[in-house]
Ligand binder design. Structure first.
Ligand SMILES: [Ca+2]
Ligand SMILES: [Ca+2]
Length: 315
C-alpha cells in the first residue's frame, strides 16, 4: 500500500495571476503581498496522478494546499509506478515528495476488557481492531488520543463480519465516544481508525458491550433508583397503561449530568422526550391514547455515568 505526501517548499505567491489580462479564478492574490512575483506559484499540486506499471491510471487527485497528502488506491500489480505532478497554469516552484509504504496496525480488542493502546508511526497508517460481536448486543467505544497531531479520529468505521459497514463517524476531538448501530450478525467485527492526512500519534480504544439496566414500575407506584456505571449504558423501565391515562415521568436525584430521557410508545416510537442536566426534572405530562407497555429510556450523554431515580405518576 503506497501513500504519498507532497510538500511545496517554494515561496507561495499568487500575484503570478496578474500576468494575464483576466486572472483565472483559481489564482488568488496573497493578501498583503507586494512587488512582482519572484518564485513559486500556487497550486503546484493541482493535478497529481499515479500511473500503474502498464501506464494506466492507479489514482489521481489534486490540491492547492502547500502540503497535501495523497492516498491512491492499493495497486494490484508490481512494477515501476510513476507519480506525475502537473502544476496549475504557468506556476513554477520547488517541491518535496515523500513516499510511504504503509502497513496498517492490526490487533484485537475485547468487549468490556482492557483498553488497547496503539501508536500511528507512519503517515497514512490506519488502525484495524477486531472484536468478537454478538447479534443484538449494543457496542460502544471510547477513542482517546494520547499524543500526536489532531484529528486522529476523523474517519472511524465499524465493519460487519461480512465486510459491509455497520456504522461510521468521525471527530477531531481528543476523546470521542462512538455508538454504532446494533448489529444483526454475530462474528468478527472490525473497528477501522483512519487519521486525517499525514497525522500520527498514539490512541487508546476501550470497547464496551452495553448491558442496559431494566426494571418495571407502576403508575403512582414506588420510584425506581437507577445506577448507570458503564459509559454508554442506558436504563429501560417499563410500565403498563390503559387507554386514555394521563401520566408524568419524574426524574430526581440525577448525578449523571446531561442526559436524555425518552418515553416510548408500545410500538417503540417516541411519545415525548427531554434532555436535561438538572438534579430533578419531569417529562411533559402526556395523555396516552394507546393501551399497552410504555418504556422510559434513560440515555446519558456521551460517556456520562451516575444515578437517577425514575417515577411515573398520574397525572
Ligand atoms: Ca488517513
Ligand atoms: Ca448515551
Amino acid at each position: 500500500m503506497c501513500y504519498i505526501w507532497l510538500e511545496e517548499t517554494a515561496c507561495i505567491c499568487g500575484r503570478q495571476g496578474r500576468r494575464s489580462a483576466s486572472p483565472p479564478s483559481s489564482v488568488t492574490e496573497a493578501s498583503g503581498s507586494s512587488g512582482p512575483c519572484r518564485a513559486g506559484g500556487s497550486c503546484l499540486f493541482s493535478t497529481v496522478t499515479v500511473l500503474n506499471p502498464n501506464g494506466t491510471t492507479l489514482g489521481s487527485g489534486g490540491s492547492c494546499a502547500t502540503a497535501p497528502f495523497f492516498e491512491p488506491p492499493v495497486p494490484t500489480a508490481s512494477g515501476t509506478f510513476t507519480i506525475v505532478i502537473d502544476p496549475s497554469l504557468t506556476n513554477v516552484g520547488t517541491v518535496r515528495v515523500t513516499l510511504y509504504n504503509v502497513v496498517d496496525i492490526t490487533d484485537s480488542v475485547t468487549p468490556n476488557g482492557a483498553a488497547v493502546t496503539k501508536t500511528f508511526t507512519t503517515p497514512g497508517q490506519n488502525l484495524r481492531l477486531t472484536f468478537d460481536g454478538v447479534a443484538n448486543h449494543r457496542y460502544a467505544f471510547l477513542a482517546e488520543q494520547l499524543s500526536g497531531a489532531s484529528c486522529l479520529f476523523i474517519n472511524v468505521t465499524v465493519l460487519n463480519p461480512n465486510g459491509t459497514t455497520l456504522g461510521n463517524g468521525g471527530s477531531c476531538g481528543t476523546a470521542p465516544f462512538f455508538e454504532p448501530p446494533v448489529p444483526t450478525a454475530t462474528g468478527t467485527f472490525t473497528i477501522v481508525i483512519d487519521p486525517s492526512g499525514a497525522n500520527i500519534g498514539s490512541a487508546r480504544v476501550t470497547l464496551y458491550d452495553e448491558v442496559d439496566v431494566t426494571a418495571s414500575m407502576t403508575i403512582n407506584g414506588a420510584s425506581v433508583p437507577v445506577s448507570l456505571t458503564t459509559p454508554g449504558q442506558m436504563a429501560r423501565l417499563t410500565f403498563d397503561v390503559t387507554s386514555g391515562q394521563q401520566v408524568t415521568v419524574r426524574l430526581t436525584g440525577n448525578t449523571i449530568g446531561f442526559t436524555t430521557v425518552k418515553l416510548l410508545k408500545p410500538n417503540g416510537t417516541e411519545q415525548t422526550s427531554a434532555s436535561n442536566s438538572l438534579g430533578s426534572f419531569n417529562l411533559a405530562t402526556q395523555t396516552l391514547s394507546t393501551a399497552g407497555t410504555y418504556t422510559v429510556v434513560v440515555d446519558p450523554s456521551l460517556t456520562n455515568t451516575g444515578n437517577i431515580t425514575v417515577a411515573v405518576t398520574s397525572p
